[in-house]
Design a protein around this ligand. Structure first.
Ligand code: EPZ
Length: 421
């Protein structure tokens, strides 16, 4: 497994182009299961998770191939709607095939995704919604088996206990071919959900209200294949914003939707970072002292949990004490012990981490655990004195396209070295 070797100290300067959104691409690729024919998805990032999803679609019987940032999927009726453990265990987002498969075939068996490093991450809301639409659910031998006795899902009023992102996406994808009208109440409002609804409507679906907490779907009889370019990745963008500010640099992020980053921009501005729209992107600049700033993660449009670790590193370079509260996942502070080994002063008490800004941090050998924690270790390495080796960089390759090339182009000293771990 490769490592990233970083020599800290450089201010990041220049321009970085933001890639397509991983968390939009994954549910959209699954939507190809809903309509036979040739689909083309553009601006798809070249990531491990995208390769995993393409492999799962091929296993199900579709053709799926990526050439650069274009993914072509030839969809057709498949023999067996079963997503096996050996593929689902590599990526919990594989559960996103469940909604499309049940919508199209009236049945599906998907290996339970199981928890992951950041939490248990159950799918009870996904299953409750499908049951409301007439499905019967059975959990057996680590698989969830879903069967629709009537053969076709029926529209229903579904109230989610919490605004689950992939839960909303699964149920939205199930509802578009259901008989009648479905209302999803307390739906997640992330931009990736609006993007999925945009694609489904381009395919001939009838979805209204995506991006708000009430989504209504009028089921249709069939859908058509689609050609679509994916929105930019707001979390990749936020990560480069935090890195630019932490190194006191001046960076233009190209191809970013500012509206997707309002909460992150507001907190960075409060800390004293200059964040301005510029062309089709955002310019981020910082110099001198930054002000300690508190954040509490929340569903969109609140501060995104996927930016919590990256903002925490930025607060390590600020003056004073910041309180960072994680409300979405129960175990998303695994970056803290590694950051403290680099000289940070972070104290965790339950869901809140107290970050005391420090004058400097020291390079060290650190271990990546989950995708966004790993990104925060890279930012820490860019800021620290000396050399930082981030081990198990495959976590990063799941969600960041060409990360060392992009940072090197901004002036960082960073290289990928073959690992032994
Ligand atoms: C999506 O995960 C993202 N993944 C995550 O990004 C992101 O962190 C998360 O949303 C929150 O924004 C993708 O979009 C592929 P949730 P998801 O269902 O859908 C609980 C990354 O870094 N819950 O919104 O799995 C759950 O335990 C990844 O790209 C239930 O209890 O998150 C969690 O505490 C990491 N029952 C909370 O809701 C359910 O049925 C939010 O989970 C579903 C969720």
């Amino acid at each position: 497994m490769d490592n990233l070797r970083i020599q800290g100290g450089a201010r990041l300067e220049g321009t970085v182009r933001i890639s397509g959104a991983k968390n939009a691409a994954l549910p959209i690729l699954c939507a190809a299961l809903l309509a036979d024919g040739d689909h083309r998805f553009r601006n798809v990032p070249q990531l491990r998770d995208v390769r995993t999803m393409a492999k799962l679609l091929r296993h199900l019987g579709l053709d799926a191939s990526q050439d650069g940032n274009v993914v072509d999927v030839v969809s057709r009726r498949i023999p067996e709607p079963v997503a096996p453990y050996e593929l689902v265990k590599q990526m919990r987002a594989s559960v996103l095939v469940l909604g499309p498969l049940v919508a199209r075939y009236g049945r599906a068996s998907v290996s339970l995704p199981g928890g992951c490093a950041i939490g248990a991450r159950p799918i009870d809301q996904h299953l409750k919604g499908l049951e409301a639409m007439g499905a019967e659910v059975e959990l057996k031998h680590g698989y969830v088996h879903v069967e629709v006795p009537a053969g076709r899902l029926k529209g229903a009023e579904i109230v989610l206990d919490m605004p689950t992102v992939t839960g909303t996406e699964n149920l939205l994808s199930a509802a578009v071919l259901a008989q009648g009208r479905t209302t999803l109440v307390n739906a997640a409002r992330e931009p990736e959900i609006e993007e999925l609804a945009r694609v489904l409507n381009k395919m001939g679906a009838d979805v209204e209200g995506a991006g708000t907490d009430v989504i209504t779907v009028q089921g249709v009889e069939s859908l058509q294949p689609v050609d679509h370019a994916i929105i930019p990745d707001r979390i990749e963008a936020g990560t480069y914003m935090a890195a630019a500010a932490a190194t006191r640099g001046n960076v233009l992020l190209e191809g970013v939707t500012f509206e997707h980053l309002e909460a992150v921009a507001a907190k960075m501005r409060h800390a004293g970072v200059a964040v301005e729209r510029e062309g089709d992107g955002i310019r981020v600049a910082a110099e001198g002292e930054l002000r300690a700033t508190d954040i509490t993660t929340a569903p969109h449009p609140g501060f995104p949990t996927d930016m919590q670790a990256q903002f925490m590193v930025l607060m390590c370079t600020a003056t004073g004490q910041s309180r960072i509260t994680e409300t979405i996942f129960e175990n998303r502070f695994m970056h803290v012990p590694e950051l403290n080994r680099m000289g940070a002063e972070i104290d965790v008490d339950g869901r809140t981490a107290t970050v005391k800004g420090v004058e400097s941090m020291e390079g060290a050998q650190v271990m990546a655990t989950d995708l966004r924690a790993s990104a925060s270790l890279v930012i820490a390495g860019l800021v620290a004195h000396g050399t930082t080796d981030v081990l198990r960089v495959y976590h990063i390759d799941r969600g960041y396209e060409r990360i060392e090339e992009k940072f090197a182009a901004l002036g960082a000293t960073i290289e990928r070295v073959p690992g032994h771990a």
